[in-house]
Design a protein around this ligand. Structure first.
Ligand code: FES
Length: 166
């Protein structure tokens, strides 16, 4: 009886450890895997401009893009890194987009700051319906991101980076 319980507990720990390891691996893979296509390919309504405060980048999961408000412009921004296609999150502490794969960084306007990426983040056409006051993004056409050296939105990092130093 005791031997059976011990065996069961030993097997349970092994099974639990295997499940946890698999879950951690899947989570890491999902967050770092290159994206084949970054947006939905459709026109997506994004609500009103007042939903996006100046200096923020809001991820819209239904459209798989960010709406970034530079303070003077609103952009519908691709989450796909132009280097090798990883998902690029917005780092709240630095106020910049920071790619976790190879460290490319982009300012709030998606302009390249540093790292191996060849250009800034790609964008999608963003339109404001004058009757309804709502924004929509056409994700069927990618607007190639600004070239390296574009400096329309030069702002220093407002705080620490989200990418740990090696
Ligand atoms: S995929 Fe983003 S820096 Fe390489």
């Amino acid at each position: 009886m005791t031997t059976t319980r011990r065996r069961f507990l030993r097997s349970g720990w092994k099974l639990g450890g295997t499940i946890l390891t698999a879950a951690a691996g899947w989570t890491t893979y999902e967050s770092l895997r290159p994206l084949v296509g970054s947006a939905t390919g459709a026109t997506v309504e994004l609500g009103t401009p007042s939903n996006y405060a100046p200096g923020t980048a809001t991820y819209v999961s239904a459209a798989r893009l960010f709406v970034a408000n530079t303070g003077s412009f609103l952009y519908a921004m691709s989450q796909k890194c132009p280097h090798l296609g990883c998902r690029v999150p917005f780092c709240e502490s630095s106020g910049q987009f920071e790619c976790p794969c190879h460290g490319s960084k982009y300012n709030i306007g998606g302009e390249w700051i540093e790292g191996p990426a060849p250009r800034g983040l790609d964008r999608f056409a963003l339109t404001l319906d004058s009757k309804t006051g709502t924004l929509s993004a056409d994700t069927s056409t990618v607007i190639v991101g600004p070239p390296r050296g574009a400096k329309q939105f030069v702002t220093p990092a407002k705080g620490p980076s989200c990418i740990p130093k090696a």
